[in-house]
Design a binder for this molecule. Sequence first.
Ligand SMILES: [Zn+2]
Length: 118
Amino acid sequence: MVGGAVRPARGPVGVVVSWDEQPSPSSRRPRKGWDRVRRRVLRRDGHECQIRGPQCLVAATEVDHIVNVASGGTDDPENLRAACRPCNRAKAQAEAAAARRARSAGGRHPTERHPGLL
Ligand SMILES: [Zn+2]
């Protein structure tokens, strides 16, 4: 005998879209000619990651600013080197952390006494 409860068809309810899956802002660097510069640097450095050097076994697919743009670095090939994604991310994070430290060390708190306290 064929029996059993017929289960109601369930639609795709409750699909959770993570906020983390937003597209990354790859348009961050809309500079003209960047792609050509990037390819040239990668070829110049033989697609070898220059951040960690020969001990890095990940193929370089990105280009790192040796002096980052926020610190006045330029897109000049002299300031560019091939980098793999993990090393480049790690460097960017370290730089961001250093920048945060520098900002907070610079002090958001004024050293002079607040006039209201006088
Ligand atoms: Zn690397």
